[in-house]
Design a protein around this ligand. Structure first.
Ligand SMILES: *Cc1c(COP(=O)(O)O)cnc(C)c1O
Length: 421
């Protein structure tokens, strides 16, 4: 489903300062041209196959199916994509497009660092200069991703304005783009922001849903329900896209229920009481806002779902009833991580575990000759700093202290070496 003039019913649009009109219009034209260009599509297909590692498997989960006692459980293993999550689909798509448009410089915003990491990898692969804007607070708490981005050759710019987090990184990226669009493309990370970004991100992520559709047809799988986690909405809209215009299957979006229903305790834009319609960062959608229209604080154990806005198409599809939304608590997501690791040997990212948990809840509502397909948007290696303190607090604490000791000890040796030189 394409937007109409950038709108999905009443949501979406292009609410930006005049200076951003030109780059957005130019992008829109280039995108609609190249999505019909055979050379572009072939180049993208080869990179998806050889660099990203597509297609990703659709895995039948036998033990989970037996234990949950209802639908057949299938897992789309997006976490096997190079760099560990679905975000590379969009980053590669936009970077190849940018190159075709003659851009040599790429900028991106990142919160937890996953989108920045995917964009940095895509730029390294394609030989593009890469600058990632990241709130200063996020830079400090997401060091493993910052280190990876720098390894890929990206420059990470710490943003010191406002709350020094994702929102401010987006503003900084927009400012840079407005000043430098002649040679620069802004790779936006989710299916939101001003038009045409929601359409672009959905199309590049639809490779997930298109593969699922083909894989199910080839294997004669009847889909009862599809479940995905929803941060900004890119993995879910790409996963759902080929099925949106049909009445079936059930499409279920799992939001971050955090620690409860109170303000500041979750990131529920569709299921909670604090959700309001509003316009922020260039688009109209549902947001967690206070009385004055200011963004409310959000909370989730998964950094990727911890955001106050949701893509306009998902908001529209939620309102029309085509997509059901459900809130999953931190606790339930952690249980799902343990459940699929132990029973299937698959380690879900905390974000994706929200989808896993939602599937666990509805498996019995679906007949046993039908499938529930979970989109595992990413794998959980990246979450060891979050999950270990919960699952094994004392051992983890001892490990970290030992690591600091090791570091300081090595520093002595290093310093001694320098002094003897
Ligand atoms: C970023 C991220 C998400 C959330 O983003 P969407 O745009 O909603 O897909 C979900 N899962 C993983 C693994 C992520 O890195």
């Amino acid at each position: 489903m394409e937007s109409t003039d950038g709108f999905f019913n009443e949501y979406g649009g292009k609410y930006v300062a005049e200076v951003l009109r030109r780059p957005l219009d130019e992008l829109e034209k280039a995108f609609s041209f190249y999505m019909k260009d055979a050379d572009f599509l072939e180049e993208l297909r080869i990179i998806q196959r050889d660099y990203i590692g597509r297609e990703t498997p659709l895995y039948f989960a036998p033990t989970a199916t037996k234990l949950l006692g209802g639908a057949q459980i299938y897992i789309k293993l997006e976490g096997l994509a190079n760099t560990g999550a679905h975000k590379i689909n969009n980053a590669i798509g936009q970077c190849v497009l940018a190159k075709k448009m003659g851009k040599t410089r790429i900028i991106a915003e990142t919160g937890a660092g996953q989108h920045g990491l995917a964009t940095a990898a895509a730029c390294a692969k394609l030989g593009l200069e890469c600058i990632v804007y990241m709130g200063e607070i996020d830079v400090r708490r997401q060091q493993p991703n910052v280190a990876a981005m720098e390894l890929y050759g990206a420059k990470v710019c710490a943003v010191t304005s406002g709350s020094r987090t994702l929102k401010d990184a987006v503003n900084e990226a927009m400012r840079d783009w407005a000043a430098n669009f002649e040679n620069t493309h802004y790779v936006l990370g989710s299916a939101l922001g001003p038009a045409p970004f929601p359409d672009i991100v959905r199309e590049f992520q639809s490779v997930i849903g298109n593969e699922v559709k083909r894989q199910c047809e080839e294997r004669g799988i009847k889909i009862g329900a599809m479940v995905a986690c929803v941060g900004g909405g890119s993995n879910s809209i790409g996963f759902f896209n080929p099925f949106i215009d049909q009445k079936e299957p059930r499409l279920i979006g799992a939001e971050a229920g955090g620690i409860g229903l109170g303000i500041g305790e979750n990131a529920c834009r569709m299921t909670g009481d604090a959700a309001r319609e509003g316009i922020m960062q260039g688009y109209k959608s549902c947001f967690l806002l206070d009385e004055d229209g200011q963004a409310l604080p959000t909370r989730s154990i998964s950094a990727g779902l911890d955001y106050c806005g949701i893509g306009p198409q998902l908001a529209a599809l939620g309102k029309s009833g085509r997509i059901e939304f459900t809130a999953i608590l931190d606790e339930e997501a952690l249980n799902a991580v343990r459940f699929f690791a132990k029973n299937e040997g698959i380690l879900f990212a905390l974000e994706s575990a929200h989808a896993g948990a939602a599937a666990m809840k509805i498996a019995r509502e679906i007949p046993c000759d039908q499938a529930v397909i979970i989109n595992m948007s990413g794998r959980g290696d990246k979450d060891v700093f979050i999950t270990s303190p919960v699952f094994r607090p004392e051992e983890w604490n001892r490990f970290l202290h030992a690591e600091i000791e090791r570091l300081e000890c090595n520093k002595d040796i290093h310093d001694a070496k320098i002094m003897t030189k």
